[in-house]
Design a protein around this ligand. Sequence first.
Ligand code: LLP
Length: 436
Amino acid sequence: HGTSRVNERGHLEIGGCDTADLVRTYGTPLYVYDETLIREKCQTYVKAFEETGFRFQVAYASKAFMCMAMCRLVAEENMSLDVVSGGELYTALTAGFPAARIHFHGNNKTEDELVMALDAGIGCFVVDNFYELEILNDLARERGVIVPIMLRLTPGIEAHTHEYISTGQDDSKFGFGVATGQALAAVKRALDKESVHLLGIHSHIGSQIFDTVGFVGAVEVLGAFLEQVRTETGYEVEVLNLGGGFGIRYTEEDTPLPVDEYVKVITDEVRRQFSARAYRMPEIWIEPGRSIVGDAGTTLYTVGSIKDIPGIRKYVAVDGGMTDNIRPALYQAKYEAALANRMNEQPAETVSIAGKCCESGDMLIWDYMLPEAKPGDILAISCTGAYGYSMANNYNRIRRPAVVFVKDGGAEVVVERETYDDLIRNDRLRAGVIQR
Ligand code: LLP
């Protein structure tokens, strides 16, 4: 997919770059992002919205993969950016991302983070709870500004990978429950606050969603809720934010819809719900993360030790693992792989791909057909672009890999590989004296 292909040397090529050459230059493990594919995804979302006639913002959910170069790319594609921490905000601001297009999420933003975002003049705070509403209003009043906010609601629709369950009870750490009445109370309180401007409401129903049922359900619930709000307060929203969660294909078990299909179904349902109520058409915002970067990312590893337990299993170990991709260990997530330097060879054996961490659960793929792997081969795992690097860690003091963007035969490092010095940078040897 994307610009990936098998070249004349029988190697996996991404963005016109031979992966064997990338490995020689940058080492492994290496995250390789197909820049063309990321931009195509961005443009598909934007174009899909343009065709609906709605006013809109597509905010990239930076938690899926973030670095300064990614912020630049998102800015160039004229999209907005969803951040959830001081760290993501700092990265965006340092990269020069336009503050007016930054949306700040999170269920426990600290006062420091709120101040940082206020001082930067970001476009919208997605307020999650009553506590945040109070302190944000106070901080804004002290500064003599009016802050644009949305309220995060839990519509009682929970979307899980394959099915969705409509829950009457809103048992979630996020947002104000519609069914519990907290959502209505929050809207009233926000309307009473002198230093916030309520742009509208937000809902995010889950991640890696394949169908549109949950989104339609959420819009129905929110439509009815907004009608109640209007009846009781006269308030009508300017913006409706429907979050992210659009699924991608990791393996053939996954059956996502094309991106524009999600957009079409959502906008059709908003039009239906809102026109039926003679409600003014809101601006629609969404926040895709995974579906922008997920399948654009490939991780390259070098095969090392191979352990064959006759009659039981063959383990092929690579030089990374749960430190650069925790999803298999954390969610039993499934991936596909290939030997990037031997693409034309037929699968010959079933192996399990192990990481190098001191933990039995550090397995990347179980029971997968590959050509017979040898030490030194390059193992490529595809669709690692979302929640791979962003959830990477230094367990066992393993260094975080480098990230390169590839395009038209050129490669550029966007995040350097961590050095051993990076690992000890914050360590302090004790002087042997306890300071009092
Ligand atoms: N908006 C909100 C409020 C969210 O909580 C999320 C994801 C998104 C947008 C983006 O969702 P996406 O389009 O990427 O599905 N670590 C997990 C995924 C956690 C998603 C958390 N929230 C994983 O690796 O699958």
